[in-house]
Design a protein around this ligand. Structure first.
Ligand code: HEC
Length: 194
């Protein structure tokens, strides 16, 4: 009885092949969401992170932190939108203490976000959580705060001219005062259920 039930659950969760290999690697299969989506979500989060990092470090090098705020303001939402359109999967970032109010945590994802906040890292890598929420499958992957370069614009001791530029562009900013290792935000990758 039990093995049959288990097999049925595994088959429903997205095919036996990937789950068998997950078992072989001893990775606990995350509940509910299918393995292929989780793999795709990580690839998209990696790509988004690389694009953001490239834009950010290029901007800091060329125009300094004050100028880079304007570059982030213009390019971060545009990069998320372009990747979402290109992949057909919704990709973006959310944060409870956010800079851009468009990046708030939707109420239905608050518990998942809190879970990441309690423990942003596992085995030296950002943790992720996955779930089916309403009619969508979602993956949330932690974005841990780092000293360099993040503290320039999200840390506890931000240069006055940077503070002024942030206040001008984001009058409701809540995204300062973070320490290395805090949860700065999360990648949110979501897709309607098949
Ligand atoms: C030059 C200043 C600057 C630096 C350095 C910087 N950020 Fe940001 N960050 C911003 C701005 C501006 C936004 C708002 C972008 C937007 O409008 O979508 C932002 C938004 C974010 C968001 C989206 C959630 C929110 O608060 O709106 C996350 C997550 C984030 N930053 C993490 C980081 C991390 C991690 C680092 C270090 C790798 C970093 N940032 C470095 C300026 C900066």
């Amino acid at each position: 009885m039990t093995p049959f039930r288990t097999m049925t659950a595994l088959a429903l969760a997205g095919g036996v092949g990937p789950l068998l290999s997950a078992c072989a690697e001893q990775a606990p299969p995350p509940a509910i969401v299918d393995e292929a989506f989780i793999a795709a979500a990580h690839a998209l989060a990696d790509q988004h992170q690389a694009e953001l990092q490239q834009a950010l470090s290029g901007a800091i090098a060329q125009v300094g932190p004050v100028g880079a705020i304007g570059v982030c303001e213009a390019s971060a939402p545009a990069l998320a939108e372009a990747l979402s359109v290109e992949s057909g999967v919704q990709v973006g970032r959310i944060a409870k203490r956010h800079r851009n109010p468009d990046n708030g945590v939707p109420a239905e994802l608050a518990a998942l976000y809190d879970d990441l906040e309690r423990q942003p890292m596992a085995d030296g890598a950002p943790r992720f959580v996955s779930a089916v929420v309403a009619d969508r499958q979602v993956v949330l992957r932690a974005i841990p705060m780092k000293d360099q370069p993040c503290a320039l614009c999200h840390g506890k001791d931000i240069a006055p001219e940077v503070t002024a530029a942030i206040a001008a562009a984001y009058p409701q900013d809540r995204a300062t005062g973070f320490a290395a290792g805090d949860l700065r935000g999360a990648f949110l990758i979501s897709q309607p259920l098949p």
